[in-house]
Design a protein around this ligand. Structure first.
Ligand SMILES: [Zn+2]
Ligand SMILES: [Zn+2]
Length: 407
């Protein structure tokens, strides 16, 4: 069956190609000849491309089998030269013929949108391919133009072949337009989803931490929005995946592009499924009333506990400060360790020379530093002591000399 179908398809595609070639020639000829050329001249050009059958031997219309007469005149299909009656004629507008030859034709960017729209519109109705329906347009026979546009008279069988080509193009265009349209919908829903999900996560986080900024109903509202986004992405991507399966029978040339198109559709669906799975994993359910109440109680307890700890710490600090607030000797060059002044020593040495007082003091510091194990301080103080002793010696010598001088 497949083999037969393939040969049939091949046959059709050959016929389509043959007709399209003729169509192209006919259009280019008609465009090259002057506009005022009469019908007879025109026919001569047309017959150079497609030979017309000798109508003197034809007495019946091959399509409707009615005999020709004065009221049923003979006409020629411009594409295969067969004789037909007017009723069985179809009229192909040049614009549509051009579209058949070059569906993605060189329409300027500004025109592109309108062409797309037209192609979609055309796909709605099969008879749109024809400029006229058989019944009420018989007066069009002798006119070369319909709505000021050139057209070609063709027979039903040629029309049928071209219609196939037309359907292929329109189907593909419509499909492609659909994919882009639906893909954009998915992208939009994804953006929305990311926003909602972020807010939703914040709300759930807040609820579970016992915060009272949000209520459960807020979470539920956003959860519904999330679900509707999921459904939108799911159904849209499913629809796109379905488009991949509904490929029409097309000729060989189109197979590759059709395969690429199908792969694109499947990839979009796969992407959407992955996206939804990831969101499903990272989305927590709205917590229950009990859970939230429990979290709030817990938070309240923790806050109270912390306050209690802070109070205790403060109290301890205050008591420590009052304890260590005893008078200390400021001594800049010794950090971390402070020798205490023995007041009784000060009293004892009060009447002595200030230098001697200092010697006593430093000696006392050295003793304390030795007890505290501060060897570096001891060294420093000993050096201090030596200087003091030196100064004391000098003073005594001066006193001696002054005594000697006075003598
Ligand atoms: Zn007929
Ligand atoms: Zn024909």
């Amino acid at each position: 069956f497949k083999k037969i179908r393939k040969t049939q398809n091949d046959q059709i595609s050959i016929e389509i190609t043959r007709l399209l070639l003729r169509l192209e020639k006919l259009i280019s000829i008609s465009e090259s000849i002057p506009k005022n050329t009469n019908t007879k001249e025109r026919r001569k050009y047309e017959q150079e491309i497609v030979e017309w059958i000798d109508d003197s031997k034809v007495s019946l219309c091959p399509s409707c089998a009615k005999s020709f007469s004065l009221s049923r005149r003979k006409h020629h299909c411009r594409l295969d030269g067969f004789v037909i009656c007017d009723q069985c004629s179809r009229f192909l507008l040049y614009s549509k013929a051009r579209f058949l030859i070059e569906p993605n034709s060189s329409s300027s960017p500004s025109n592109k949108k309108t062409t797309n729209g037209l192609s979609l519109k055309r796909s709605n109705s099969l008879t749109n391919l024809n400029s006229t329906t058989n019944n009420d347009d018989t007066n069009l026979n002798n006119k070369d133009k319909i709505n000021n546009e050139d057209y070609l008279r063709i027979c039903l069988s040629c029309q049928k072949i071209l219609q196939r080509r037309y359907d292929q193009i329109c189907f593909k265009n419509a499909q492609r337009d659909d994919v882009f349209l639906y893909y954009e919908k998915i992208a939009e829903a994804q953006k929305e989803l990311a926003n909602i999900h972020s807010t939703y996560s914040t709300i759930i986080e807040s609820l579970l931490s016992g915060d009272t900024k949000y209520q459960i109903i807020d979470g539920q509202r956003l959860y519904r929005q999330l679900t509707s986004c999921y459904e939108k992405i799911d159904s849209t991507s499913k629809y796109i995946a379905k488009l991949a399966e509904s490929c029409p029978n097309i000729d060989e040339d189109d197979t590759q592009s059709q395969m690429r198109y199908a792969a694109l559709c499947r990839n979009i669906r796969m992407y959407a499924v992955h996206l939804l799975q990831n969101y499903a994993i990272s989305t927590r359910r709205v917590p229950s009333e009990d859970d939230v109440q429990h979290a709030r109680d817990e938070r309240k307890r923790l806050v109270e506990e912390r306050n209690e700890l802070e109070r205790a710490a403060k109290a301890e600090l205050v008591s420590k400060i009052s304890l260590t607030d005893s008078p200390t000797t400021p001594k800049k060059d010794v950090s971390g360790w402070r020798p205490t002044i023995d007041r009784s020593l000060l009293v004892q040495t009060q009447e002595l020379n200030p230098l001697v007082q200092q010697v006593y003091q430093v000696t006392e510091y050295i003793r304390q530093a030795q007890i505290a194990g501060r060897l570096d301080e001891v060294e420093l103080l000993k050096l201090n002591l030596k200087e003091l002793e030196q100064a004391l010696d000098n003073l005594q010598q001066q006193e001696n000399t002054s005594k000697f001088d006075s003598q």
